[in-house]
Design a protein around this ligand. Sequence first.
Ligand SMILES: *Cc1c(COP(=O)(O)O)cnc(C)c1O
Length: 427
Amino acid sequence: MNLSEQYAYDLDAAHPSATRSQFIQLPANRGSYPHQAYFAGNSLGLQPITTAAAITDVLESWSQRGVHGHFTGGDPWLHYHQYVNEALSRVVGALPQEVSVMNTLTVNLHLMLASFYRPTAERHQILIEDYAFPSDSYAVRSHARLRGYDPDDAILRLRPRAGEDVLRTEDVISVIEQQGPRIATLMLSGINYLTGELMDIAAITAAGRKAGIFVGWDLAHAAGNVPLALHDWGVDFAAWCNYKYLNSGPGAVAAAFVHERHLADPDIQRLEGWYGNRLETRFDMAPIIDTPPTAEAWVLSTSPILAIAPIRASLEIFDSVGMPALRKRSLQLSDYLLSLLDDLATRAPLAIVTPREAARRGSQISIRIDTDVAQFARRMDENWGVIPDDRKPNIIRMAPIPLYTSFHDCWRGADAVSRELLGLSIG
Ligand SMILES: *Cc1c(COP(=O)(O)O)cnc(C)c1O
């Protein structure tokens, strides 16, 4: 393993990024490099340079057209949320009519659970992972309570084996096979926020559906990170935020996926609002909704146009690259970072938590360091201009983002960990 800084520069020269220049790098806070090495794009992606203009276009139309902006101008707002459907469906492997942008992630999880948690006395459990993101845990517990079940009994949490950090697919499937008749809904993370583990979505979805379970995925850390094939895998529902790998800004509007087989189901249970009415009849102002056979039927309200503009800007970049090329670069960067950290782990007190096999991870590498990780992350930033993020109790997450992270950034990331742990440069 070549640990030198020069080797990182050589890798960048050999594998130049086609899209790094389309993002605004954070200005340096110290040191001799022109910008900070940013590893928190799994928490909030960097800003594309085209985002500001996309928002300004909407402001301009508003200032010039007022309410007519809904119907006139180059991009009438009435259709605005649909402008992203094609590009977004390519990111997650869906049909355009299976996706819609709306609300925020936790709200969308609730809307999906309203449709796909249909408990009965015999079958009322929801299966999640034990270290699910807290909002997901709260969402499923509140749904159980809403439907009259005791959340402590209704929520089944999958734990890794003793001494292991991540779940095994065969263990998830064996729980599904054994407890299936009591499970109404399964809602797992495509990639776990803490460990970076990429689940075998296809295999778990197939096992769940075979057991008569509605299978949903929280793709907060998977959408825009790894190639997905939600339609072909037969996933019932999914939801994700657009501010992490999808670079659409803080609190960006989120998205949801509903499989085609549910879209024309007249008996589906759903929470509804007027923007879920077909456009052709929406302004008839009728008392009974007339829904389209698309995921748009789950949209409730007037679209937040200013907040959707950044999603359009970002998805244009995804379309220019495509998920296969993005995945290839993601693995080149994360394999390099992993090899640097692996080498460091032979000398320093850190453990790599994320699975090593490429098929079981995305861009994020999680390392465990038995120290106050919030302070550790702060020191990486203040002393070395490197921004990771930290999660309790002892995890530092580093995500090299294929659209804008360089090999040299990866070197700086591992170097900062080495300097903080050993007081020495890695190179
Ligand atoms: C980031 C994330 C969330 C955040 O939900 P918001 O409603 O956008 O605040 C929820 N769940 C998971 C798994 C996440 O990674």
